[in-house]
Design a protein around this ligand. Structure first.
Ligand SMILES: NC(=O)c1ccc[n+]([C@@H]2O[C@H](COP(=O)([O-])OP(=O)(O)OC[C@H]3O[C@@H](n4cnc5c(N)ncnc54)[C@H](OP(=O)(O)O)[C@@H]3O)[C@@H](O)[C@H]2O)c1
Length: 153
């Protein structure tokens, strides 16, 4: 099974210059809680935006670069290899960024979104998606942001 975890603002912005544009510690805690012990899947740019390999998670990085190699990271060169994981029983998390969310959202069963109430601009975006294709299965309001979990109908 494939799920997405992402934080986006009112303009669907998720980042700028290969960085996040907010620091929400509760969001980072939620990310850690949901993904620890699981496989996390990301584009090469998102991987390079991280401080390093995150503890207790299997990392899969997608790149077209056939020479790319990093310690403790599995590398794949095609989106199709990730799509195959949709038929597994365990939950695998697509953690970004924009290119990878866009390519894989059609294959994801659950979207764990943090909707940030801001309208900053940026250069990386979450794909526009039709909320009618999903049911909301959980909502947690936190003032400046909400955690909203969507399940594909
Ligand atoms: N707010 C959030 O929840 C969140 C989460 C994650 C990331 N972000 C932000 O998102 C931004 C990064 O997103 P992005 O869209 O620029 O980059 P990205 O999706 O992280 O990575 C793009 C890279 O993935 C590889 N790739 C994409 N499609 C591929 C394919 N079909 N086959 C093989 N490789 C493929 C390519 O790597 P190569 O160039 O090596 O071939 C491409 O350059 C950053 O600002 C980051 O901070 C935000």
């Amino acid at each position: 099974m494939l799920s997405i975890i992402a934080a986006l603002n009112e303009n669907y912005v998720i980042g700028n210059e290969n960085k996040l544009i907010w620091h929400i510690s509760d969001d980072l805690k939620r990310f850690k809680k949901l993904t620890t012990g699981k496989t996390i899947i990301m584009g090469r740019k998102t991987f390079e935006s991280l401080p390093g390999v995150l503890p207790n998670r299997k990392h899969i990085v997608i790149t077209k670069n056939l020479n790319y190699s990093r310690e403790n990271v599995s590398i794949v060169h095609s989106i199709d290899e990730i799509i195959e994981l949709k038929d597994t029983t365990e939950e695998n998390f697509i953690i970004g960024g924009g290119e990878i969310y866009r390519a894989l959202i059609p294959y994801c069963s659950i979207l764990y979104l943090t909707k940030v109430h801001s309208n900053q601009t940026g250069d990386a975006f979450f794909p526009k998606f039709d909320e009618n294709d999903y049911s909301i299965i959980a909502t947690e309001k936190h003032g400046d942001y909400d955690f909203v979990t969507f399940k594909r109908r």
